[in-house]
Write a protein that binds this ligand. Structure first.
Ligand SMILES: [Mn+2]
Length: 398
């Protein structure tokens, strides 16, 4: 039997204020095509279907469309669980009605789905993401104090109802110890560990995991994260986003294959001076990509984002932290500015911003500007005093 394992679609996601629904629709079109062309028997969607518990209407419409094309159009059953971003109750709406049609969705409790091929039945245990406290209350067991115990208990609940010896896989949304995190996952707990050991999944022929956004196996090849549908942070710029095709043979051994998805816009980090990036754009064939610009210029740039968006229209963010990592950074603000001359203050400000002391030309230019300002002030005061008949001292009064 051939499964397509995917997770973390995060439909309705905003990326630096940009709605990604069209980008998601584009790769999901590819997914539907792949399901047909690769003769997939069942799609496993391992949670974080939506980005938030109350998804925007566009995201709901997109999920409705994709699921209909898979289940009704292609005749391929879908097993879908809630992740920590989903509302378990809302995602699970109508699940008992939908089951007969081939859409097996579960939000609040574990579920067993039995499919089969020529070699016999295959049991799929669908384990939606659940807080230990919720499992504790549902099972009436006070000993379920952490994620591992809760998941093990849920798994056991379903497993005891199954016929032993049959091929068995699981779909779960969890953080398995030893796996590598990314920047765009919401931690399952704040200030603690929510990891579960890979040993929880012993005896299962394949475990289709969701939660971590980097595609990876953990512990053994058959315990696997497919990774997210798209890159949901700039820290994921180097990820190869993909889905996993799992071929389960008659003995329960599986072969996995990563199939890449091509988003209409990639997520890239570009580093250099503004001028270097502008020059690079001339020969860049993917200027529509979502871009984070790490500008290495020293000193101020007026409207840097406006200038960058003329060549990279989807430049979403500028990072100038290198500026603030400069040696001497932060020193100037601690100095008492009343004890320093204008030239000294300028010097320390210049060092603060650029990391270097001003050169002779810059020092001279500053001195000239200061002299001109002082000259204008003196002339202005004299002029005003002349017109109003007041003295300069009177004009200075508050
Ligand atoms: Mn996620």
């Amino acid at each position: 039997m051939r499964f397509l394992h995917t997770s973390d679609w995060h439909l309705g996601r905003l990326f630096f204020g940009v709605h990604l629904t069209e980008d998601q629709a584009g790769v999901l079109d590819q997914l539907v095509l792949l399901v047909r062309e690769a003769r997939i028997d069942c799609v496993l969607l391992a949670g974080d279907v939506y980005d938030r518990s109350l998804p925007p209407p566009d995201a709901v419409r997109l999920l409705d469309d994709i699921v209909t094309r898979l289940v009704v159009g292609a005749g391929v059953p879908v097993v879908m669980i809630a992740g920590n971003h989903d509302s378990a109750e809302r995602l699970g709406f109508g699940s008992r009605v939908l089951e007969a049609g081939g859409l097996h969705v579960t939000g609040t409790r574990p579920l067993a789905v039995t499919l089969g091929d020529a070699a016999g039945p295959i049991d799929i245990i669908a384990l939606p993401y659940t807080e230990p406290a919720v499992v504790r209350a549902r099972l009436g067991d006070d000993t379920l104090t952490d994620h591992e115990k809760a998941l093990t208990a849920d798994l056991a609940c379903v497993a005891t109802q199954l016929v032993p010896g049959r091929r068995r896989i699981a779909v779960a949304h969890a953080f398995v110890a030893g796996a590598v995190e990314s920047q765009s996952e919401r931690p399952l707990v704040v200030g603690g560990s929510a990891s579960v050991g890979a040993r929880c999944f012993e005896g299962l022929d394949y475990v289709a995991l969701g939660h971590l956004h980097r595609p990876q196996s953990v512990g053994r090849e058959a315990v696997r994260y497919s990774g997210s549908l798209l890159k949901y942070s700039f820290a994921e710029a180097d990820h190869d986003k993909s889905v996993t095709i799992v071929e389960l043979d008659e003995r329960g051994a599986c072969l996995t294959e990563k199939v890449p998805l091509s988003p209409r816009r990639d997520v890239r980090v570009l580093r250099g001076t503004l001028e270097e990036l502008q020059r690079g754009a001339a020969t860049d064939s993917a200027r529509d990509d979502y871009v984070l610009a790490e500008l290495t210029d020293r000193g101020a740039i007026l409207d840097a984002i406006g200038k960058l968006r003329r060549c990279y229209p989807n430049c979403l963010h500028i990072d100038r932290t290198s500026l603030f990592d400069a040696p001497g950074s932060g020193q100037a603000c601690r100095a008492d500015h009343r004890r320093h001359t204008e030239a000294e203050l300028f010097g320390s400000f210049f060092r603060e911003v650029t990391g270097d002391a001003p050169n002779q030309d810059e020092t001279t230019a500053f001195a000239e500007i200061v002299a001109r300002v002082h000259g204008a002030q003196t002339a202005g005061t004299a002029d005003t005093a002349g017109k109003t008949g007041k003295t300069a001292a009177e004009n200075d009064a508050p």
